[in-house]
Design a protein around this ligand. Structure first.
Ligand SMILES: *Cc1c(COP(=O)(O)O)cnc(C)c1O
Length: 484
């Protein structure tokens, strides 16, 4: 064993090798030196553990391996990808892409200092959410607004501030789970509020709520079921009915609408998404929604409603724990500003651009790309097919959007292998496996990315010299991508 250890080249010897010398010229030399040391430490441990049977690679091979290992770490794990899954709000892929205006705003405020918590006129300390309050008031009709980290945070905070130690009435048909860790009953118990379930899974009537309200009730809460639908023999009271009841009985009405639609998505084939301003108009006291779902902005939890309640929520200690930074606020303000001119939203909010792309446009692009993909040796056949895309991001999976896909049959490898290779490639492309083909769904692909997909497939075929570094593949697409 000690022999083997003695045969391991020194750090300096290795740094003189061709691959590591080349790497030191491209990357930071300190990073390379530290990488070599780490690799050798691991190697020595391995030698000690495995004792005799180890065969050391020769020095040239060893240097090559270390260089590859260091290079892997130089590619950020979080990097841009092409979303060809057809899931518009894919939580695994970062939900909504930001508008150019939002990106610009983020850059401007993060380049140096920003007026995050000061009033420019008086120089006095002010509230950081002020920059979006007026916009949210205008766009939703609410008296006041608050922004926190995400809607899960908004829900926990609202319940903690308004219902700690008291009961909140929720229909059994609305006790949602959004992707694993978000379960409404758990959020509720964490807030200190007591869940009072009423009705059944499929039917809850206004009378059920009525009977449940007593002196210990703080609120009734309506929750948009988002990722599932109860169809058939089913019934839920309207928000208006809940508001009438709540106000008669002096309890708050909280409406978790989920996606945060500021406009009607009906014309894109998305029905059933509550519009925030309509909840406010119906009289909900507090309305909760996400910033990075249908709104098409940064991750955020938005709370709008009655001033007195928003003030109470704002004073709760969790508000500080869930607060957003200047980059989020800048991106959100810029995104909201776009909504003031409804004629420009389709053009400026990327999610809406994707949603509003015509099937003819997708068909034309697919027909243009297909012959180029067909020439790649990793591709046995490619076909333009009709299929459906999903909104994702906690929306109802039954809401499907028409689309066009490139259905690729791989040559010399399985569909899963090709799919994994594309994910790990450069650029990284995420498709959707359907039976024996890999679908590239153009509904979620920006036109500027069409040629990137061709380039990625060419790179895999060794046609271009773009090395595709093997990185740990993300999980393949499954049900939860659509659900959360
Ligand atoms: C998505 C969703 C949440 C969670 O929102 P995040 O912003 O992901 O934390 C809560 N409630 C509903 C109804 C949702 O759709």
């Amino acid at each position: 064993m000690s022999n083997i250890l003695r045969n391991i080249p020194s750090v300096n010897e290795l740094l003189e090798s061709a691959p590591l010398k080349a790497l030191s010229e491209q990357a930071n030399r300190n990073v390379v030196v530290a990488g070599v040391r780490d690799f050798l430490d691991d190697l020595r441990k391995e030698v000690q553990d495995k004792a005799k049977e180890m065969n050391l690679p020769n020095p040239a091979e060893l240097a090559e391996r270390i260089a590859d290992w260091i290079k892997q770490d130089e590619i950020p794990l979080l990097r841009p990808v092409v979303n060809a899954t057809g899931i518009l709000l894919h939580t695994g892929l970062g939900r909504a892409p930001l508008a150019e205006e939002a990106i610009h705003a983020v850059q401007e405020v993060s380049d140096g200092y920003a007026s995050l918590e000061v009033d420019l006129a008086s120089g006095e300390r002010s509230q950081r959410v002020k920059c979006v309050q007026k916009l949210l008031q205008q766009l939703t009709g609410a008296e006041a607004a608050l922004v926190v980290n995400n809607n899960a945070g908004a829900t926990l905070l609202t319940l903690s501030a308004l219902a700690n130690g008291k009961e909140v009435v929720v229909s059994r048909g609305q006790l949602i789970e959004i992707g694993g860790s978000y379960r409404l009953p758990d959020v509720m118990s964490q807030s200190g509020a007591k869940l009072h379930e009423v009705g059944t899974t499929n039917k809850t009537r206004i009378g059920d709520y009525q009977q449940a309200i007593h002196s210990d009730t703080a609120a009734v809460m309506k929750v948009h079921p988002s990722n599932y639908v109860v169809v058939g023999f089913s019934e839920q009271p309207t928000l208006q009915q809940l508001v009438d009841l709540g106000h008669r009985r002096n309890v708050h009405v909280i409406d978790d609408v989920g996606s945060g639609a500021l406009i009607d998505y009906g014309k894109y084939g998305i029905t059933d998404e509550p519009i925030v301003s309509e909840s406010i108009k119906a009289g909900a006291d507090v309305v909760l929604f996400s910033g990075d779902k249908l709104l098409g902005g940064p991750q955020a939890g938005i709370i709008v409603g009655k001033r007195e309640l928003i003030d109470r929520i704002t004073k709760h200690p969790l508000t500080r724990a869930f607060r957003v930074d200047k980059m989020t606020l800048a991106a959100l303000a810029a995104t909201l500003r776009i909504y003031r001119d409804q004629d420009s939203v389709e053009q400026k909010i990327p999610l809406l651009s994707l949603l509003s792309t015509s099937v003819e446009n997708l068909q034309n692009r697919a027909e243009r790309i297909a012959p180029q993909i067909a020439t790649c040796p990793v591709v046995a056949a490619v076909e333009v097919t009709e299929d459906v895309s999903y909104l994702g991001g906690g929306s109802v999976p039954s809401q499907q959007l028409p689309t066009r896909c490139l259905a690729i049959t791989p040559a010399g490898q399985s569909v899963d292998q090709l799919s994994a290779a594309l994910r790990a490639g450069s650029p990284s492309v995420f498709g959707r496996v359907k039976r024996d083909s890999l679908l590239i769904d153009l509904r979620t692909v920006f036109p500027r990315q069409d040629m990137q997909i061709v380039a990625a497939l060419k790179a895999l075929s060794g046609l271009e010299n773009e090395a595709s570094e093997a990185t740990p593949p993300l999980e393949t697409l499954d049900e939860s991508d659509i659900a959360d």
